[in-house]
Design a protein around this ligand. Structure first.
Ligand SMILES: NC(=O)c1ccc[n+]([C@@H]2O[C@H](COP(=O)([O-])OP(=O)(O)OC[C@H]3O[C@@H](n4cnc5c(N)ncnc54)[C@H](OP(=O)(O)O)[C@@H]3O)[C@@H](O)[C@H]2O)c1
Ligand SMILES: *[C@@H]1O[C@H](CO)[C@@H](O)[C@H](O)[C@H]1NC(C)=O
Ligand SMILES: *[C@@H]1O[C@H](CO)[C@@H](O)[C@H](O)[C@H]1NC(C)=O
Ligand SMILES: CC(=O)N[C@H]1CO[C@H](CO)[C@@H](O)[C@@H]1O
Length: 344
């Protein structure tokens, strides 16, 4: 029998709380009340986690690419799709980290068709090499999950001189998707999924300084990159009309992952101590954070749904600047030029 995952912590906390209180000769009922409060907090945490995808589809014979699959939301997405019988390509920049995650997934799901492939989204050369390899070795690609991301890093440039957050989150995935498009079309019905964020609501596309050469605000630029994912989804959906390839984007929720690695305070000892209760109660676990991605990848009722934004497993309206068709078109043109996608 499998106990719920919180049975152990609940009983440990309950036992500790109970025995300490009894030692202090406090009322037994106080201890019971405390245990009930702890259980209540766990229930609240589960309840507020934004829904679970309940479909039971299996995807044996389908091939899925997940970028940034070695940790966080991407790893849980890869794990669940492997469990459902898919062939999973874990596209990662660090093959050592990737291999550790791959082994864990293969052991747990018994699906040996899980592979690590090198992909550094901060390098056009790496993206091109990856696409070329996939194009020649995989007979079909059914689902592309553009999951990798970097948030609020200090000002850095990619190998090709692009500002890092726009370079990885937007331009890198833009180029990757373009290079895999023929394969996805040939595999139709197929799906493309972009991990955007609620942060897109604070974003604006700054066409005057798209590479942050004049000014860099890491928060604003993160929002811009996630807004770019929303706009790119809409433009691509138009381009792909009639192909049976759909493209949608999503906000996964606020999820406890390594994404906060560049936020100094939350990473410090004191910061993680202060934030532990907040993280524990209010943030989703990576598996909970993967639910919206899983619905977009699996749900048969979404077969024809394209160009949309999802959050907490449901379709939502993106911010007004995420519905700006002219900005989407302009960003698309700039992205084609900057990634030199049509060079060959
Ligand atoms: N966590 C949240 O609360 C939240 C909220 C809204 C949106 N999102 C979005 O969800 C997605 C997944 O994030 P997460 O929370 O799971 O974060 P995470 O735990 O930090 O995972 C991010 C993944 O992206 C990879 N990555 C970063 N730069 C890369 C590059 N240049 N080339 C290839 N891969 C690269 C990382 O690889 P390494 O391990 O090698 O660095 C890692 O595998 C992101 O797009 C993020 O913007 C997350
Ligand atoms: C993928 O392979 C096909 C032939 O199988 C070729 O025509 C096409 O140019 C290739 N695309 C890329 C991006 O390598
Ligand atoms: C798209 O799918 C429909 C069936 O849902 C099919 O009739 C049509 O030929 C497909 N179109 C392409 C371009 O594959
Ligand atoms: C055990 C298991 O689920 N194996 C599956 C792994 O993925 C391949 C490719 O989709 C399937 O053919 C296997 O059945």
């Amino acid at each position: 029998m499998r106990l719920p995952k919180y049975a152990l912590p609940v009983s440990v906390i309950g036992t500790l709380a109970g025995s300490t209180l009894l030692l202090n000769l406090m009322e037994f009922s106080t201890a019971v009340a405390l245990v009930l409060i702890v259980i209540g907090l766990f229930v609240f945490r589960d309840y507020s986690s934004g829904g679970r995808y309940n479909g039971e589809e299996r995807i044996a014979g389908k091939t899925v690419i997940v970028t940034g699959a070695n940790t966080g939301i991407g790893k849980e997405t890869a794990r669940e799709l492997a469990r459902r019988g898919g062939r999973i390509i874990m596209a990662c920049r660090d093959l050592d980290k990737c291999e550790i995650a791959r082994k864990e997934i293969v052991l747990e799901t018994a699906n040996k068709s899980v592979e690590c492939r090198k992909l550094d989204l901060a390098s056009f050369a790496s993206i091109r090499a990856f696409a070329k390899l996939i194009n020649s070795t995989e007979s079909h690609v059914d689902i592309l999950i553009n999951n990798a991301g970097v948030m609020m890093c200090p000002k850095m440039l990619t190998e090709d001189g692009l500002e890092m957050q726009m370079g990885v989150n937007h331009f890198g995935h833009f180029l990757l998707t373009q290079l895999l498009l023929d394969k996805l079309k040939a595999s139709a019905p197929s799906r493309i999924i972009f991990l955007s964020s609620l942060a897109h609501t604070r974003g604006q596309i700054n066409f005057e300084d798209l590479n942050s050469a004049q000014e860099y605000n890491s928060r604003t630029v993160y929002g811009q990159s996630k807004l770019a994912n929303v706009l790119c989804t809409q433009e691509l959906a138009k381009i792909l009309e009639g192909t049976n390839v759909t493209v949608n984007c999503l906000h996964p929720g606020v999820v406890n992952t390594e994404l906060s690695r560049h936020l100094g305070f939350t990473q410090s000892k004191i910061g993680s101590f202060v934030f532990f209760p907040i993280k524990f109660l209010l943030l989703k676990t990576p598996l909970q954070g993967a639910q919206t991605t899983l619905r977009l990848a699996l749900d048969p009722s979404l077969e024809k749904v394209t160009g949309k934004y999802f959050s907490d497993c449901r379709e939502k309206e993106p911010a007004p600047q995420g519905q700006d068709a002219a900005a989407a078109k302009r960003l698309w043109a700039v992205s084609e030029a900057w990634t030199r996608v049509k060079q060959d």
